[in-house]
Design a protein around this ligand. Structure first.
Ligand SMILES: Cc1cc2nc3c(=O)[nH]c(=O)nc-3n(C[C@H](O)[C@H](O)[C@H](O)COP(=O)(O)OP(=O)(O)OC[C@H]3O[C@@H](n4cnc5c(N)ncnc54)[C@H](O)[C@@H]3O)c2cc1C
Length: 388
């Protein structure tokens, strides 16, 4: 039986928790709530394998969140990472950065959803969820439409999610200076990069990263100002120009299927209201340079699943959620925001790289920008339903 192949007409009318989105945030929330004893429905509009623009580098904080979830087996086939190669203008530095892994998003997201299904969650793929102001969730799968109820609803549907479109309280605030993301996974011969290495190449108007996955293919992800993309004639020529500034490029790059994202830097006006909690990218995002989005998603997803179960099983309220969510990610998002501002001035970065060649402690500080620890004490609190 395919655990992820549930028919909308066959499911119950009521769950303890309904989650829109089956990415890292949604799966983490589902696993945490199900393990606390709640009945959980996860609705995702994609069908696996579904493409996702992402640099695929999971930082130590994300690995820690997976351990907290009891789901670290999803990383069994992941590629260990040990160095960061940073390029800017005529400068290149290589820094040690151990503890992270590279994993393809098809593989990570599907494995996590399988753990959620094995924990007892019902998973509906190929289905879109819309949160109604009346407290229900309208789910659409092909031509079937059903209204399903729950005690807590979690929006974990990422930057391009639509579950909160009917609730004006949750509108986005998008930064005017935001960049857009794009990426592709390409044949292993397309670029000459080592295993275990994260490549980051910084340019005026944006940056591009690449990493070799365990299966040998290469994941490429970038963020750029829209005017720079337009000026280069599109994302494909821009990627070739940026990657080719220091590396030999093979034929596979030309065959890449590029995908884009909307503006990246944004936040929600609100993170909770009545029975609704927002987690992962759906709550806000900064920029991908420091490779932490999946860690933020896993950590806030886990905490949202725990908080949902605390709302159902004890007297927790959704009013507490914004403070909890912000405490988990605030300092690391702030550091990412400062890094993103500095990257707007490649000349400054080149000076830092020049200094780092002579002072290893500066290189360590630069390397430490790639992933950080999150407040583990918050998201490790698991509320468990007492046995009946
Ligand atoms: C260019 C780029 C590079 C990046 N590089 C890295 C990196 O190297 N490391 C890292 O940790 N992070 C990186 N990130 C960030 C990372 O991809 C995200 O932070 C992460 O995917 C967020 O997970 P999520 O679960 O919140 O959302 P998502 O992964 O976006 O999942 C949301 C899910 O919701 C579903 N959905 C949407 N709307 C609905 C709906 N109405 N109903 C049902 N389902 C719906 C979608 O199908 C999707 O499966 C990068 C991002 C970009 C743009």
């Amino acid at each position: 039986m395919n655990l992820l192949d549930t028919n909308l007409s066959a499911i119950e009318e009521q769950f303890d928790v309904i989650i829109a989105g089956g990415g890292p945030a949604g799966s983490a929330a589902a696993i945490a709530a199900a393990r606390a004893g709640c009945s959980v429905l996860v609705v995702d509009r994609g069908i696996h394998p579904r493409p996702k623009v992402c640099g695929c580098c999971l930082a130590p904080a994300g690995i820690e969140a997976l351990t907290q979830l009891g789901a670290s087996s999803v990383l069994n086939e992941a590629q260990q990472l040990s160095t960061v190669r940073l390029e800017c203008g005529d400068r290149i530095i290589q820094m040690r950065r151990e503890g992270g892994v590279a994993i393809g998003r098809d593989e990570l997201d599907e494995s996590l959803l399988r753990v959620a299904a094995e924990s007892g969650c019902v998973i509906l793929m190929g289905s879109a969820a819309s949160f109604d102001v009346d407290g229900s969730v309208v789910v659409r799968q092909d031509k079937i439409v059903r209204r399903i109820r729950s005690r807590v609803r979690i929006a974990a549907d990422g930057l391009q999610g639509t579950s909160l479109d009917g609730m004006s309280k949750f509108e986005w605030r998008v930064s005017k200076s935001s960049r857009m993301g794009f990426g592709a996974t390409v044949d292993g011969a397309a670029l000459d990069i080592c295993r275990e290495q994260i490549l980051m190449s910084v340019h005026t108007g944006g940056y591009i990263g690449a990493v070799r996955l365990a299966n040998g293919r290469i994941d490429i992800a970038a963020a750029a100002h829209p005017s720079i993309i337009r000026g280069a004639g599109g994302v494909a020529p821009l990627a070739a120009q940026w990657l080719g500034s220091h590396l030999r490029i093979g034929a596979g790059l030309g065959a890449a299927e590029w995908r884009g994202t909307p503006f990246l830097t944004r936040r929600r006006m609100q993170l909770a209201y009545k029975d609704v909690l927002v987690a992962g990218d759906a709550s806000g995002y900064v920029e991908p340079f420091t490779g932490e989005g999946m860690s933020w998603a896993l950590a806030t997803g886990l905490a949202a699943g725990n908080h949902a179960s605390a709302m159902i099983l004890s007297n927790a309220s959704s009013n507490q959620w914004p403070r909890i969510a912000n405490r988990i990610v605030h300092s690391s998002r702030m550091r990412c925001w400062i890094t993103a501002r500095l990257l707007r001035h490649p000349r400054l970065l080149r000076s830092a790289m020049h200094t780092a060649q002579f002072f290893p402690s500066v290189a360590d500080r630069v390397a430490s920008a790639f992933g950080s620890n999150l407040d583990a004490t918050i998201y490790s609190r698991i509320f468990t339903k007492p046995a009946p």
